[in-house]
Design a protein around this ligand. Sequence first.
Ligand SMILES: [Zn+2]
Length: 308
Amino acid sequence: MTHVARLLAPNPSALTLDGTNAYLLDDGAGHALCIDPGPPVARHVDAILNAARDRDARIEAIFVTHGHPDHWPAAPMLAAACGAPIYAHHTAEFAHDRSLRDGARTRVGGIALRAIDAPGHTFDSLVFYDEDDRALYTGDVVLGTGTVAIAPPGGDMRAYQRTLQRLANAYGEARTIHGGHGPRVDDAQAKLREYIEHRRRREEELLLALALQPQTIPDLVRRIYADVRPVLWPAAARQMLAYLLPLEREGRVRSHELDRPIDAADNAILNPAWASIVGEEHAALVEAELGTMLHLDTLRLYSVNRPG
Ligand SMILES: [Zn+2]
């Protein structure tokens, strides 16, 4: 039976909820591994090392779910302190020692972890499955509370939806989800169904709104996210784009560029001053999570493609 400790990194923000979760797993016989050491904070790395010491366990492997700046940068710090190799997705661009492909099994003492290729939030996302414990470690693919940001160019909505469906279908026996943020989820299947349904509903809302009249992304955001605080609208705009890109690719939606400059109200949604919204210290995280390097400098009018 795997013993699981959740160690919360001291990096709370709008995007990280109460902080990024690091997990220390040990087999009760002195063998431990860490999943997502987190942001580069020395006292957080110390907390992980102390947790292992408290369990009389040695950290023998470090796993990273994806290359966002609140998940991986502490990995080399932890590796330097305990000598364990870093495991990551085979396309991960941050420094790691072992590359994992879909289905790869790694054994640490009495714990066997299977790597699951889980693209969508990022293309280098891995979910880890502890078969004996029937527990999924999902990084930013599934969170303990709230929903996940899927934003181009780093994120892909269809890939994400396929990942959720695959987790629900192929890991139907999973009981627990330990997400990259938020508390433990004790009904994995209900959470996966909720996530799949949420995405389907959002897409349906979007198509219904477009069926009423052609609209731009700011129009859609003001309509669909009317009950959400305007400070969150720029993030919502990036989500809208994530739905619209595949819908257009699939021929269900079409768009054309509007022949007018973006006005101030639209620009505040499409290209806000991110640093002043979230603070300079979160700028790198915002860019990674919301794809803000993609400057939306033209206004497109979207409409539903009616069959026939
Ligand atoms: Zn992330």
